[in-house]
Design a protein around this ligand. Sequence first.
Ligand code: ADP
Length: 383
Amino acid sequence: MSAWRPSATVGVVGGGQLARMTQQAAIDLGIELRVLARGGEDAAASVSSLTTYGEPDSLNDLRRLAEACDVLTFDHELVPNRHLLQLESEGHNLQPRPRAKLLAQDKLHAREFMRDSEFPVPEFAPVRSPRDVETFAERCGWPLMLKRRSGGYDGRGVRVLADPRAADEVAYGDGQWIAEALVPIEIEASQVVVRARGGEVAAYPLVRTIQRDGICVETVAPAGVSPELAGRCRDLAIEIAGRIEAVGVMAVELFVTARGELLVNELALRPHNTGHFTIEGCETSQFENHLRAVLGWPLGPTWPLAPAVAMRNLIGSGFNEPSERVGAALRVPGAHLHLYGKEPAPGRKLGHVTALAEEAEEALRKCRETIEILQPEEVPWAP
Ligand code: ADP
């Protein structure tokens, strides 16, 4: 038996790259991290000896993890909220709490909550039939967005409907859809904040996000917006975090229109892809601050460590193995490579690259150059 005593034991529901990067932060703080993973090939399971194998939708598996931990947190949304409520009623410590987590799990609930709290959101309506969609279109026009209420990520479960004919072709079946006005987006941005159990909140620099096929490809800070607009994004995210009593990292995905209007797209109550730049780019990474927050410890400072910080995702373009080219990619000075240990597949996030620089373009250039070496068959800088 080892005499080592961890500073705390944290359980993470999910064994993906977010849990894997949380593991890195946990090591430094002497925290024992236990992940709930489906199999040994999961990104976090392959770097942790403390894996609970099971399913995130099994109450028994979740309970087994909770029983072994001081606090339970998440690396994804795909866990039934009723199970979380049940575990909480049994006395387990879940952070964020199930009521807040629901805002990241159910887009309809989130939209209704935000509208009722007078936070700015796109026009929306639940829809169950082509007729419902057409009624919505009479108010908001074509084309419009159709989204799954839950279970979607990386643009899956989101589509544009051009006209009534397209609305006819949808299988509405389970009533899990919402229609949404198509926003004339000028830029997409993400404001990552972290809120501790005692209510302390810290905001990271706003990032601009560049999407391709509904997937975030790049982020860059500064976001290239006016200080006034950046301030509004920060204040909005801080206000939301307080209102919903979020605990841990929360990312607020935002749309900015040409007229400077700000709309909330989505909330994520966990470390987020748009916060990866904080590992090298900020005084305290989102992963460390998430751990500090869920444990009720003081938050670390969130200030940036360079005038510009960029991040580019390594997204599978086929079944080629970028890990074979790591040695070559490391030639780019100042580019920081993160590989998640995942099997390549088209559209799958396999890793990311971060770079710090004096200017945004220079930071982006380093990231793109590195990805281009890892995926030479692509023209990866085209968003
Ligand atoms: P997911 O949950 O799969 O990430 P999102 O709701 O974030 O889906 O949508 C994915 C992308 O689709 C967004 O980043 C944005 O580019 C586009 N999008 C989503 N909602 C709207 C909207 N109402 N108007 C215009 N574009 C939208």
